[in-house]
Design a binder for this molecule. Structure first.
Ligand code: NAP
Length: 345
């Protein structure tokens, strides 16, 4: 499959910026629709990247964005809802998770079919599952199912069905799904949040301290996505993406505090207190630090059953080798800790 023009939805975001930079460096022509051009300003300087203001939730607008594209990468995702759906009556009111993680992928698959875009890469999350307790993971699981169904006919085409009646089962898209654990890198939301907390609080009440994560470096995620674009071995596949090591949440916070050269006492919260803390933080106005849905999603370990996919031909970066390089810049004193860690002292 020859791919030259790529539309990246969510290209202005944390993962998206890395994907778009790499695509640009490899000579692809990239279109990045965004709600606000301002958000994508770091991409404006890239010569083969076109930033376009659009409402991708509007099917007509989305359809126009896909004109002339050979591939679409969908990275749009949210961790918190402003407008919550009703768990007891899912049909009665759809929340933001449903709109962003279920309805948008459906619109994306439709628009790809209408514009005859043959290739689709979709970002989900580890533990995504249509039956999950967490609405975030549930919606991500439903989004995956839609993308798989859209790719069904493409898989069947390997056996010569693409022009036959079975095409109605899917759109003939060559779809690939990525399911990362928590992603780290400069400007990440996760470790930077704990850096802010550890540098401002002497005592940190930590919910679900034993929840386990296997953080993966944002540049490795971007590389896996871009390497997959034209690689037929990845068509119809789903890849769990994790870094080399598993950490508990407490270990991650301790690592961040040590990197910053901060003393921060962690107060471990049990399940009941963790739930109440998540609820209290959910009720606070402004940007959400945590919600009950985050609490539910942390009940399942965010770790991979298998090593990083060998197909990509590289090993994922160690957090210890990367994080001091960017967190250290957060506080002047912490810079020396970063230097010491890199020097192995
Ligand atoms: N970061 C992680 O640790 C992690 C872990 C697992 C999975 N993921 C998944 O990876 C993908 C990328 O994550 P990220 O960390 O790069 O996210 P991010 O920084 O929050 O970026 C999300 C992007 O989605 C776009 N977007 C369009 N409509 C939106 C809407 N209604 N609400 C919010 N954003 C909207 C935003 O673009 P504009 O604002 O320019 O329109 C933005 O570029 C997501 O699907 C996420 O669920 C991330």
């Amino acid at each position: 499959m020859k791919i030259k023009n790529v539309c990246v939805l969510g290209g202005s975001g944390f993962v998206g910026r890395h994907v778009v930079h790499l695509l640009g460096a490899r000579g692809y022509r990239v279109r990045v629709p965004t709600r606000r051009r301002e958000r994508a300003k770091s991409l404006l300087v890239l010569p083969t990247v076109d930033i376009v203001e659009a409402n991708i939730f509007d099917p007509g607008d989305l359809d126009r964005q896909f004109e002339g594209m050979d591939a679409v990468v969908n990275l749009v995702g949210i961790l918190h809802e402003n407008r919550r759906g009703r768990a007891d009556k899912p049909q009665a009111r759809r929340g933001d998770f449903h709109e962003v993680h279920v309805e948008l992928p459906r619109k994306v698959a439709h628009a790809c079919a209408a514009r005859r875009v043959p290739r689709l890469l979709h970002m989900s999350a580890l533990n995504a599952d249509p039956t999950a307790r967490s609405a975030y993971l549930r919606s991500k699981g439903l989004g995956e199912a839609i993308m798989r169904e859209a790719g069904a006919a493409a898989r069947e085409d390997e056996r010569g069905y693409l022009d036959g009646p079975k095409l109605v089962r899917g759109y003939g898209l060559a779809a690939t799904i990525f399911r990362p654990s928590v992603v780290f890198g400069r400007e990440d939301a996760f470790l930077n949040l704990f850096a802010r907390l550890a540098s401002s609080l002497p005592l940190l009440p930590l919910a679900s301290p034993d929840a386990r994560f296997q953080p993966v470096f944002v540049e490795d995620v971007a590389r896996a996505i871009v390497d997959s674009l034209a690689d037929e071995a990845t068509f119809g596949q789903t890849y769990d993406l994790c870094g080399p090591k598993v950490y508990t949440l407490q270990e991650l916070v301790e690592f961040v505090a040590a990197t910053l050269g901060r003393r921060c006492r962690i107060v471990r919260l049990g399940p009941g207190a963790s739930y109440l803390q998540a609820w209290a933080l959910e009720l606070m106005p402004g940007k959400k630090l945590m919600t009950r849905d985050n609490f539910y999603s942390m009940q399942a370990d965010s770790v991979c059953a298998c090593p990083f996919p060998a197909l990509f031909g590289f090993s994922p970066a160690n957090m210890e080798a990367v994080v001091p390089g960017y967190l250290a810049q957060a506080l002047p004193r912490a810079r020396y800790t970063g230097f010491r860690q890199r020097a192995g002292r």
